[in-house]
Design a protein around this ligand. Sequence first.
Ligand code: AMP
Ligand code: ZN
Ligand code: ZN
Length: 335
Amino acid sequence: MLEAPAVKVFDEPRAKCVKCGAPARIRLNYANAWLCDAHFKEYLKERVKGNLLKYNMVKDGDTLLLAVSGGKDSVALMSLLDEIAPELKVNVVAVHIVLGMGEFSDRSLEAFKAACSRARNIRCVTIDLKEVLGMYMPEVIRRSRRPACSVCGLVKRYLLNALAASMGASAIATGHHMNDLMTYAVKNFLQQRLDNITKLGPVSESEGSAVKRVRPLYDIYEDETRAFVKVYGVNHVDIECPFKTRSTVEEAIKESLNRIEAESPSMLISSARALAKGLSSYPRPASPPNRCRYCGMPASGDECGFCRLTERLTGSPMGPDVVRKVESIAKSITA
Ligand code: AMP
Ligand code: ZN
Ligand code: ZN
């Protein structure tokens, strides 16, 4: 941990809140300010709400599907959206995909359920991977013989797209925060995969999916979601996915960005906002030209990645079956 994080929560108040003068224990180094607990939450909420509006993530009457892993970022976002949703007249449905990865998944589901019981304005749904696919993620990974994160990402994207489509959601929101998004942006810049960078902005089309991806925490520091769950005692899973393979390059970039931020407070947030403005001139990834011959989802060849994967796992493409099951889950939410 760096000595000068972007945001630090002290045990006792050390100064006065810049908004109300009350004792404040939250130091925002990047903004050179102190905030009391209540104004910190208000400040985060207004910024997330501002992002939803500024980047046209949602409009009045929309249904937003929020993907919640149970980690600090997505549960923090869920907490904030619970207050924002009625103000913007947006319906939010939170979904957690149960991956069956032992203690990590048990604790993730627990955190999700806790968030659901606190939420007043958000409906919740879970997709149990074994129920829709017949097996949990460890078995999918083992049988696929492909890198864990890429298989898991493919399956989660497919399920989220299928659920969003069958619910009539206008967008899928994830809990990606600025530090991770900027880390991937720098990595892709170094590799000159500029079209990948467009997928890391506040809003992007999700690989030919009709439903856009939105990242309301686009310019929120990881330290801010960490501070939020600490200050408000929000239940979240703080152990890592057992299958996660650390990319040393990503770790090094993330660490360097934190150092740059420590040397030059607010550098990261101004870069992220500048990137969001500049993205329109970046090349866009080509959207898949075809439709999967089994399930009708976007595909680069004649079969989508999910049908290809499940064909390898089980002998037959499971897209259509999974879509049907996800559709019946969607009906249970709207009912
Ligand atoms: P990660 O790649 O684990 O950092 O997750 C990034 C985002 O993907 C999270 O903030 C969630 O929005 C979403 N996500 C990851 N895992 C799940 C899951 N099991 N169920 C629902 N959403 C998830
Ligand atoms: Zn205050
Ligand atoms: Zn398919």
